[in-house]
Design a protein around this ligand. Sequence first.
Ligand code: DAK
Length: 259
Amino acid sequence: MEFEFILVNPTFAQHVALIQLNRPKELNALNLQLMLELKQALAHLDDQDEVRCIIITGNQQAFAAGADIKQMESRTPIDLLKIDQFETWDQIRKTKKPIIAAVSGFALGGGCELAMTCDMIIASETAKFGQPEIKIGIMPGAGGTQRLTRAIGKANAMELVLTGKFIGAEEAKSLGLINRVVPEELYLDEALKLAKEIAQMSPIAVRLAKESVNKAFESGLQEGLYFERKNFYMTFASEDQKEGMSAFVEKRKAEFKGK
Ligand code: DAK
């Protein structure tokens, strides 16, 4: 898969694909083309049975410093409506395979929103998270006010969104925004370790479980519980459920086939 602003390795490790945002000079600012490429790459990887988990990363200096301000600067509301970037962001959110953001350096504005759209975040101790849109006279537009608030609570989200201040990885961890903080040289390895662990599970159960956790994140409790129940029943229609339970009873390692 050849793109201009991202590098894609579908076979980064067994069952694990890697997408690297690749506009280093612009601190991986998310222009429209990059977002479109990301959407296309994710759609492709989501369709490959061989791929069971996806890592999105940037480089040591930046995961992404936000949407491309130079590209947005002169836009009118009608331009934005016509471009309909939300379609792209919604597609990313709908990816069925689990996505891990491996973050080092800046994850700001749309970059922080992209990391939060992923399912888990592993960060280097140099990572900096923030929603600084307020400083350029706008506000978060790709889910930042909603996802951040649900992840770290109203008071903390309010402070970040209204002041635009950055927080370091340790603080992000203590607030519950991210999964783990590791030394800079290990953030990709740590993300890969987590991806490989998930890739060993039944892909069907993983897909249904991801969908169900997202339902909890996005809906009220009662609706979420019904959704979980439906998906729970569905895992019993898979061969992987039989294999997983037989393997446990027979004291051996399960061999999941995604059937
Ligand atoms: N856009 C464009 N270029 C950027 C950029 C950005 N967000 N961030 C950095 N760059 C560019 C800089 O302009 C500079 O380019 P040159 O001047 O060399 O050509 C280069 O990257 C290196 O940046 P600096 O020289 O500024 O590097 P420093 O280390 O001094 O500072 C910084 C790093 C990250 C603190 C600083 O660059 C910075 O404050 N960047 C802007 C951060 C920011 O405000 N981010 C939020 C942008 S608004 C939506 C979806 C998404 C969004 C909205 C709607 N829809 C679906 C509708 C999201 C909006 C945003 O993210």
